[in-house]
Design a protein around this ligand. Structure first.
Ligand SMILES: [Zn+2]
Ligand SMILES: [Zn+2]
Length: 231
């Protein structure tokens, strides 16, 4: 196995063996790195082995980014996150609440943890079986956590329902078969516009291209607005 080549999961460049201290791109902890790419990307052993919910919680709690697309892509590049899976349901509220926290919004204590727990209850395939994509419902979860809505609330409950509703419509417009990556992007796009319209909160909206198209056998390519080169 001496000549086996490994590639960076973040940028795809070749990994070189090293032995120096680097900061983990997920948890931000510094430890001795055994491999890195030319861009010095490093994933620590704990994050390499982390379960998806642990990885998302730790990464979001320590992230300083205001761009939810950037954070979602970083997390979705981790090998523990499959191309399509219910993990995307709780990824959406986690990255939205992180971006909101990082633009200065005051969130309830353990907001990201609460959002992950709620999103985990949405099973696989509910886009087709319930007419409710979990990523879209994740926008409602983020809004509910942000506004501290409950089933007894008035405006806060309405805002959470509206936020999910608008996201679900935007996901429906993507067409099928389902793509969890496109559903995440459409949910984030819808949430950014909802937050600006209803709360005057502005999150960065720059998004370049989907980095997952070549790994997704069901990618709709030119028919998807997030497709590489499809703009
Ligand atoms: Zn890299
Ligand atoms: Zn780490």
């Amino acid at each position: 196995m001496e000549n086996e080549v490994f590639y960076c999961t973040i940028c795809g460049k070749i990994l070189h063996p090293i032995s120096e201290e680097l900061k983990c791109i997920y948890c931000k902890e510094i430890s001795i790195a055994d491999y890195t790419c030319d861009d010095h990307h490093f994933v620590c052993e704990n994050c390499r082995l982390a379960l998806p919910d642990e990885l998302i919680l730790k990464t979001c709690e320590r992230s300083e980014t205001k761009n939810p697309y950037e954070l979602a892509n970083l997390i979705m590049r981790h090998p523990a996150i499959p191309m399509h899976s219910p993990i995307h349901h709780y990824l959406v509220p986690a990255v939205l609440l992180t971006a909101l926290k990082n633009v200065g919004c005051e969130l309830p204590r353990r907001a990201i943890n609460i959002a992950i727990k709620r999103g985990k209850k949405i099973p696989y395939g509910t886009c087709g079986s319930w007419g409710v994509c979990g990523a879209g419902a994740g926008v409602g979860i983020a809004m509910s956590v942000l506004t501290r809505a409950t089933y007894k609330s008035d405006t806060e409950r309405a805002r959470s329902l509206d936020a999910s509703g608008e996201s679900l419509i935007s996901i429906s417009k993507l067409g099928g078969p389902r793509c969890c990556k496109a559903s995440v992007y459409a949910s984030i796009k819808s949430a950014i516009s909802f937050l600006e319209k209803n709360f005057k909160i502005k999150l960065p909206s720059n998004f370049e291209e989907c980095p997952f198209s070549s790994y997704n056998e069901e990618c709709k390519k030119d028919k998807c607005e997030y497709y590489k080169g499809g703009h």
